[in-house]
Write a protein that binds this ligand. Structure first.
Ligand code: FAD
Length: 316
């Protein structure tokens, strides 16, 4: 079976969950082959990739791959697609991943972005119009390059050989045109990363102000959860945009999603509707979020949420 290349997403050498999801998908399509771009490949990373089915791991350790924006990784993938006669490429549909996917057109192939699943024959599923319509598409030219949204597949371990192969790539001058001059470490804090969290507590316009988001944060901290926000809340400047959940924000798929003061607009649903259990707290019994929720509390979040937080703290 031909290689299915999976571009590894990692932070400080730690393989991100989305890569494990892509490897899980790749196993159904061909021989999973992880592609590590940049320095910092560790035995731990190797073990993690093999644990989730990587039969091969192509390691391109050159610093140039991360010192320049996007294009070098696309050139690396293009080289591997040709040299290994890969059956397809899976990339995380993050901001960077989607750009890499588009640039990988240099392999003269079709690209599909924002897939939520990939089936036999590299048929990609996309959920459009805020989840209202499902589209199944297939690339008809070249090697399919598919960017898959994080959290759309459950990662399942299945041991692979993890055979390591060193790769070098001669980058074009064009690929080195944009250089990374500084990296600003994102405040990680004690909370889990939004797209990887098992529990997410999100606040919307109903929260009322930036200060009031403390109520949401306290519940999140009691549960060991990440904090999310609706676009109404981020647009109002109450919470940073990087925490926006929805069509134009992050897609989350936690075990538990608590939506407080969020109406449940279709664009918000697009980012959280695959959560296993959804709890809505809203003072309007007619709010559309209740159509989606497994459990609903009709009430003022400023009363309900602190009580919930207290109760959870007591039980710990
Ligand atoms: P509202 O719709 O105003 O709802 C507030 C809710 O809070 C109401 O249901 C109200 O009953 C309740 N409430 C008020 N006070 C309280 C209280 N004290 N206690 C309990 N409940 C209370 N939105 C996103 O979230 N994410 C996206 O990525 C996104 N992308 C978009 C992309 C496009 C192209 C467009 C057009 C829109 C997008 N939106 C997105 C916006 C979306 O349409 C909604 O406007 C937005 O989700 C509304 O946010 P909200 O539910 O917080 O606010």
């Amino acid at each position: 079976m031909s290689d299915v290349l999976v571009l590894v997403e990692q932070v400080d050498g730690e393989v991100k969950k989305v890569t494990l999801e892509l490897l899980t998908l790749a196993r159904t399509l061909g021989t999973p082959a992880a592609v590590w771009a940049g320095p910092g490949f560790t035995p731990e990373a190797k073990a993690r990739l093999a644990e989730y089915g990587a039969e091969k791991i192509y390691v391109a350790a050159s610093g140039d791959l991360v010192d320049h924006v996007v294009a070098p990784k696309a050139e690396l993938l293009a080289k591997l697609v040709t040299e290994k006669s890969a059956a397809g490429v899976l990339i995380a549909a993050t901001a960077e991943g989607k750009e890499i996917a588009w640039l990988a057109i240099k392999t003269d192939s079709g690209v599909i972005t924002d897939a939520v699943g990939v089936g036999e024959g590299f048929v990609a599923d996309q959920s459009i119009f805020g989840g209202g319509i499902n589209v199944h598409s297939r690339v008809r030219k070249g090697t399919p390059i598919i960017a898959v949204r994080p959290n759309s597949t459950a990662p399942v371990p299945s041991a692979g050989a993890g055979a390591e192969e060193e790769v070098t790539v001669a980058l074009s001058d064009a690929a080195k045109a944009a250089r990374v001059v500084e990296r600003v470490k994102q405040e990680k804090g004690a909370r889990p990363e939004l797209t990887e969290a098992a529990i997410v507590v999100s606040g919307g316009r109903g929260v009322g102000s930036a200060e009031n988001f403390a109520v949401i944060e306290e519940l999140a901290d009691a549960l060991g959860a990440a904090v999310g926000a609706s676009r109404a809340a981020t647009d109002a400047g109450w919470y940073p945009h990087q925490f926006q959940v929805g069509q134009t924000g992050k897609t989350v798929s936690p075990q538990l999603y608590i939506a407080a003061g969020i109406s449940g607009a279709i664009q918000h649903r697009a980012g959280m509707q695959t959560a296993k259990t959804i709890v809505a707290i809203n003072k309007d019994p007619e709010a559309p979020i209740f159509e989606l929720a497994d459990y609903g509390v009709v009430g003022d979040l400023h009363q309900v949420v602190p009580q919930l937080t207290e109760e959870i703290k007591k039980r710990k």
